[in-house]
Ligand binder design. Structure first.
Ligand SMILES: *[C@@H]1O[C@H](CO)[C@@H](O)[C@H](O)[C@H]1NC(C)=O
Length: 317
């Protein structure tokens, strides 16, 4: 039977490479599977605040030209003339309504980013923002990179990053904690105080950010990026825990980082991979990387990759 298995293995290895699916600006992508296909949302680009892309098969993706999923009007806390909407993430609530978590520049005080939520009956939006922000932490640098999570017991959460490196100066490295906020069943109202579940270590450079949470066989997997997004040092790693509130243990070499500059893809070596998001079933991941493989100057496109998750490890398939 060996002569049959060998060609199959060869196909398996060929699929291990990430595939570039959008060679246009689509940073910090987040993905969701719906009855109408797969959808991805990204940081403001393509002349809209929240661009949307769609796919039937996860391999062939199309930008919905001109669609802005979060066109406003914005709530009171957003600096509406310069909203700087970054890193949206969409989940579907039990009642069928879609919830978008996003971060935007605050018009208040220090003008740091806050995390908010917006809802829509249609996956493509427009999403209507909730009145109040979910998290700000303005004095600690603001709050960015939200990502929703539904636990097996039906409890809703959002994870996000306190943007401590935004207030770094003179060699001081502020903490960049990844926070876990429990939500009510409406998936937009905070329930209690947020809990810190990760922070940077020296090996992460100035920061950890862009969290995405997944649960497989009772283990929580938290993906994150380290280093600066506009450098070739940006990457994707993960940490694991047996309880949602932690403690989370960062995976070590050779299991992590999962994606680094120089790793192969169908269009050549990756540059600055990061901002990863799990598909909820744990079989796929999306992430961004430099379009030209070298620098952020020509923007960040979207790549997809099949993954397998189990025994405390994430591996590219
Ligand atoms: C993607 O776009 C970048 C920037 O224009 C270009 O350098 C690169 O060659 C393109 N990649 C492919 C595979 O066409």
């Amino acid at each position: 039977m060996q002569h049959v298995l060998i060609p199959l293995l060869a196909v398996g290895y060929a699929m291990a490479e990430p595939i570039q699916v959008l060679n246009l600006s689509f940073p910090d992508p987040a993905v969701i599977q719906t009855d109408q296909g797969y959808y991805a949302f990204a940081t403001q680009s393509n002349n809209v605040r929240v661009p949307v892309a769609r796919s039937d098969d996860f391999t062939s993706w199309t930008l919905l030209e001109g669609t802005d999923a979060l066109p406003g009007p914005y709530p009171w806390w957003v600096q509406s003339d310069d909203a700087q909407v970054w890193a949206p993430d969409v989940i579907q609530r039990d009642d069928g309504r879609y919830v978008m978590y996003y971060c935007a520049r605050s018009g208040q005080g220090t003008h740091r980013h806050c995390v908010g939520a917006a809802t829509s009956s249609s996956i493509e939006g427009p999403y209507t923002p909730e009145e109040d922000a979910i998290a700000c932490h303005s004095d600690e640098g603001g709050s960015i990179d939200p990502s929703g999570f539904l636990d097996e017991d039906g409890t809703r959460y959002v994870v996000y990053k306190i943007d401590g490196n935004s207030i770094n100066s003179g060699g001081t490295r502020h903490p960049t904690p990844i926070m876990l906020q429990k939500l009510g069943s409406d998936a937009v109202t905070p329930d209690g105080d947020p809990v810190q579940i990760l922070d940077r270590d020296d090996a992460d450079g100035p920061l950890v950010e862009a969290p995405s949470l997944l649960k497989v066989d009772g283990t929580y997997y938290l993906s994150f990026s380290s280093n600066m997004y506009n450098t070739l040092a940006y990457d994707v790693s993960f940490a694991t825990a047996s309880s949602i509130t932690g403690p989370y243990t960062k995976a070590q070499d050779p299991d992590a980082p999962l994606l680094v500059s120089g790793d192969g893809s169908d269009v050549g070596p990756l540059g600055g991979p990061g901002g990863a998001d799990f598909l909820d079933d744990g079989t796929k991941m999306v992430f961004h990387a430099f379009r030209d493989g070298q620098s952020i100057d020509s923007g960040r496109g979207m790549w997809v990759v099949d993954i397998s998750v189990g025994d405390g490890k994430i591996t590219l398939q």
